[in-house]
Design a binder for this molecule. Structure first.
Ligand code: ADP
Length: 159
């Protein structure tokens, strides 16, 4: 049984994330999308809001479960019996950090491997921060995030 975890901030979930979720779910028996509770960042959406949005936009995928976690990813992975960490790679700039994280996690727990899925070309420029910046100025984010998320972002910026 292969249980995979796709961790991230998802603040908010974008079409790039959703594409990775759909593809990762296809190659694992169960995929846990794990929302990081990180007290050092000040997110736009609370963890509960991020979890709820992810649940809504992934409800068409049977083998996906949304959870939140804090602390070390490898400890969370062990607790949920996951042996694969999924990460998306957009550009070469993602690579150095991702390689370092993957190697660190493997040393912390050598039963867990990281698998990288390359970003769909349609979304390789896309990040949650860009979406927030565009929305904060009232720009159109409909090409960047699932429909369900659009108004939720504008509400945060009173747009
Ligand atoms: P972070 O770890 O910086 O909080 P995010 O929560 O934004 O990252 O993203 C979680 C994962 O999704 C990371 O592996 C990231 O590389 C990947 N990702 C983010 N945006 C995209 C995208 N547009 N296409 C593919 N993968 C993406």
């Amino acid at each position: 049984m292969s249980i995979a975890i796709y961790p991230g901030s998802f603040d908010p979930v974008t079409l790039g994330h959703l594409d990775i979720i759909e593809r990762a779910a296809n190659i694992s028996e169960e995929l846990i999308v794990a929302v990081l509770m990180n007290s050092s960042k000040s997110p736009l959406f609370s963890v509960e809001e991020r979890v709820n949005m992810l649940r809504e936009v992934t409800k068409h995928i049977d083998n996906v479960k949304i959870m939140s976690f804090s602390g070390l990813l490898v400890n969370f992975a062990r607790d949920v019996n996951a042996n694969i960490i999924v990460r998306g790679l957009r550009a070469i700039t993602d690579f150095e950090y991702e390689l370092q994280m993957a190697q660190t996690n493997h040393i912390l727990n050598d039963t867990i491997d990281t698998v990288f899925l390359t970003s769909n070309l349609d979304y390789s420029y896309l990040s949650s921060s860009t979406v927030k910046e565009v929305a904060s100025f009232g720009g159109d984010v409909s090409k960047f995030v699932p429909e369900y998320v659009i108004d939720k972002i504008y509400q945060k910026y009173n747009r």
